[in-house]
Design a protein around this ligand. Structure first.
Ligand SMILES: NC(=O)c1ccc[n+]([C@@H]2O[C@H](COP(=O)([O-])OP(=O)(O)OC[C@H]3O[C@@H](n4cnc5c(N)ncnc54)[C@H](OP(=O)(O)O)[C@@H]3O)[C@@H](O)[C@H]2O)c1
Length: 288
């Protein structure tokens, strides 16, 4: 039986990974979150605590580590860059060192925000990174540590994630219920991606030895405005909604204008195709 350690179990992706792996008889799961929850057998593991990471991994000796933990508050990262660096860069560094020491595989999750968004066609895995905000810079630093320090590593770049947690879908549905007129950015493009679809890719790749960087987003692309419209259409909500440019919705962190990812490595190395974003969203609504 393979021993699988999951970090960041309380997050959207952590929950989805547990949902997908829980019933597989071939894995014994070691589930951890920042604070832990003894009554649910979730152990505390702060990935930014170097000693704690080394001690826990030495004790559990996992065959596979799935790092779902990150500091994902993109705007707050601008004013809390030390915290963002500790969690998004040093956390993966410690996990990489610990994984390498025991020969474990490490699956680390990255982001479309490592790109600057100036492209006019979907990014492939070999394209140059050039993050334009602190979150993206700290995540890229994490990717580099993983690549440099852990031979048996997978880096999955995902985007616009929604699952069981705080996300754009829940924000839009909450706003719809408030009856307010909504103004949503229509000139940033990407691909909404369900946490469950990412978890399925993780479950697939962790069985292989095909290490490296992968893009792992749903198929297709859209803008935040069109995504909001799809959310309201599929949930049957009548909402007054207006398309606005990014300039009318200033945020502390700059966002890439175009961060559509081409899952070239998944497709060409494995023939693996993720669901279309609208189909994945339909599945999400059925489940929740
Ligand atoms: N959400 C997106 O749209 C998006 C887009 C691109 C890439 N990603 C990447 O996808 C991955 C999963 O994101 P997600 O959407 O699942 O994020 P999420 O819902 O914010 O979950 C992240 C989890 O990490 C935990 N965490 C934070 N600091 C930690 C630490 N020091 N030690 C242990 N756990 C810690 C958080 O716990 P607390 O709540 O207790 O702090 C939270 O449960 C991340 O690598 C993220 O960078 C996400």
């Amino acid at each position: 039986m393979l021993r699988v350690l999951i970090t960041g179990a309380n997050g959207q992706l952590g929950r989805a990974v547990i949902q997908i792996l829980r019933d597989k008889k071939s894995y014994k799961l070691y589930i951890t979150s920042r604070k832990g929850k003894a009554e649910e057998a979730i152990w505390p593991l702060d990935i930014a605590n170097e000693t704690a990471v080394y001690e826990y991994i030495k004790k559990v000796k996992p065959d596979i580590i799935i790092n779902c933990a990150a500091y994902t508050a993109v705007d707050l990262c601008e004013s809390e860059s030390d915290k963002a660096y500790r969690i998004n860069a040093l956390g993966p560094k410690y996990l990489s060192i610990a994984a390498e020491n025991i020969g474990a595989k490490l699956i680390h999750i990255s982001t479309d925000y490592v790109y600057d968004g100036q492209a006019n066609k979907p990014y492939i895995e070999g394209d140059c990174t050039n993050p334009i905000n602190t979150y993206g810079k700290t995540k890229l630093a994490g990717d580099m540590y993983v690549q440099d320090l852990c031979k048996k590593s997978f880096i999955l770049r995902v985007a616009w994630v929604y699952g069981d947690g705080k996300n754009f879908v829940k924000t839009m549905l909450g706003l719809a219920d408030s009856g307010k007129h909504l103004r949503v950015v229509a000139d940033q493009f990407g691909t909404p991606t369900s946490a469950l679809e990412i978890a399925r890719v993780i479950a697939f790749l962790m069985e292989t030895e095909s290490y490296g960087v992968y893009h792992a987003t749903c198929e297709g692309s859209t803008s935040w405005y069109e995504f909001a419209r799809e959310i309201f259409q599929q949930t049957g909500k009548m909402v007054s909604i207006e398309a606005i440019p990014t300039t009318e919705y200033p945020t502390p962190a700059k966002r890439p204008m175009y961060s559509v990812l081409d899952n070239k490595a998944l497709r060409e190395r494995h023939g693996y195709v993720m669901k279309d974003w609208k189909d994945a969203f339909k599945e999400y609504l059925n489940d929740y």
